[in-house]
Design a protein around this ligand. Structure first.
Ligand SMILES: [Zn+2]
Ligand SMILES: [Zn+2]
Length: 145
């Protein structure tokens, strides 16, 4: 069972979110499009957990609230940069060619209005990671279509 973007009960726009210390706050003006969790070794490091949990967003739908003075970027080597707070370390977003195109689900306040629709790289997940639920699981990346 999947929930289409924008149909969740909490999908009131704009979505708002931010980092743990509160220095970085943002809003998202359009529904998120596609949420997934990747369990590969790189995502486990980036998120310091069982993997990533993030969603993509339409170009131009993301905006910082105030000056993002503590934002730091780390080039992850695949054309993307990871945006995180330099003060508290929260991972907030994925930046592609200077534009925020992905957001971490955990950084959003309340219901992001979308459900995970896939687990990726389950074949190389951590030995202590036991994925529950009925969300489809893929040993590696899912086919992009
Ligand atoms: Zn912070
Ligand atoms: Zn990954």
């Amino acid at each position: 069972m999947t929930t289409q973007a924008g149909e969740g009960p909490g999908a009131r726009l704009p979505l708002v979110g931010g980092c743990f210390c509160g220095a970085l706050r943002f809003e998202i003006r359009k529904p998120l499009v596609g949420a997934q969790s990747c369990h590969c070794s790189k995502c486990r490091k980036v998120f310091s957990g069982p993997g990533s949990a993030f969603a993509f967003l339409d170009e131009g739908s993301f905006g910082w609230l105030g000056e993002p003075g503590t934002l730091r970027r780390y080039a992850s080597g695949d054309g993307w940069e990871i945006g995180f707070c330099g003060t508290c370390g929260s991972t907030l977003c994925g930046i592609h060619r200077g534009i925020v195109r992905g957001v971490t689900l955990g950084s959003i306040d309340g219901d992001p209005g979308i459900q995970l629709d896939r687990h990726l790289f389950v074949g190389s997940k951590a030995p202590w990671d036991h994925i529950g639920g009925d969300v489809p699981q893929f040993d590696e990346g899912a086919d992009e279509s």
